[in-house]
Ligand binder design. Sequence first.
Ligand SMILES: Nc1ncnc2c1ncn2[C@@H]1O[C@H](COP(=O)(O)OP(=O)(O)OP(=O)(O)O)[C@@H](O)[C@H]1O
Ligand SMILES: [Mg+2]
Length: 275
Amino acid sequence: MHNTTRPAARLPVPAIRAHQLNKIYPNGTRAVSDVSLTVHTNEFVSVIGSSGAGKSSLLRCINRLIRPTSGTLELFGEDITKISGRHIRQVRGKVGMIFQQFNLVRRLSVLENVLVSRLRFNSSLIGHCCTLVRHFSRNEKEFAFECLQQVGIEHLAFQRADTLSGGQQQRVAIARALAQEPEIFLADEPIASLDPHSAEVVMDTLMQIHETRHIPVLVNLHHIDFATRYGKRIVGMRKGKIIHDVPPSGLTDDLITDIYGARINEAFGELAACA
Ligand SMILES: Nc1ncnc2c1ncn2[C@@H]1O[C@H](COP(=O)(O)OP(=O)(O)OP(=O)(O)O)[C@@H](O)[C@H]1O
Ligand SMILES: [Mg+2]
């Protein structure tokens, strides 16, 4: 007789798993409050919420720029809640992060900015930042070039970073994050200081990376229309808590009011400014 018991289906290990995560800053502010969130590799998640809702603090916990106060945080099944030192640097290497202000080295060329993120693979080069390009191998430079190609700005490789427009600088920041060969992409208001067209180009670039490299993306956004246009899932935060987690089609006016409360007009003001 055949054994008809089916083997248990193996669930994929989530890219990010936060369980009852809390971040309380030394001044007593509870920025992240009992957050439980699971993100799989095939997900592009938009996080929305008013200023001070805890969006950045959540992202900073996930790449361990800050240490969660309690709860657990796993990346691909590895518990990173309490790690320290070299282990934190290893984890950050796996997490590509981009910020509103691009954080490029202004006086370096575009290519050098991308190569900076290869330093963790070439620790002997740390300290050679001023003459970076010369010290990297041909392979490394070609790889950095490919990252620039992927975001469509390889023609700017030898231009100084501070001569670029905001949208171009953000794409350099994306290429730099790509060059570290990340397994997860986090973006903290990547389009907040961009005009609508540049914002669209940057969001398209993030989506293209998500789709071609199968990297999960978690992006904090102030613009509801961008959040719903690109996110396959919308996470709404208020006062440190996730109060809604819905597909874009489920983000009703009532939920938006819950998330933004009395400041709902701010969100729509920003929306109108972007239209
Ligand atoms: N280093 C810090 N020390 C103390 N409090 C902080 C610190 N960083 C953030 N906070 C506080 O934590 C709360 C959440 O801040 P956070 O920056 O995470 O919100 P946010 O949703 O990203 O806001 P915004 O949309 O304005 O970027 C706020 O009350 C903020 O003042
Ligand atoms: Mg923020």
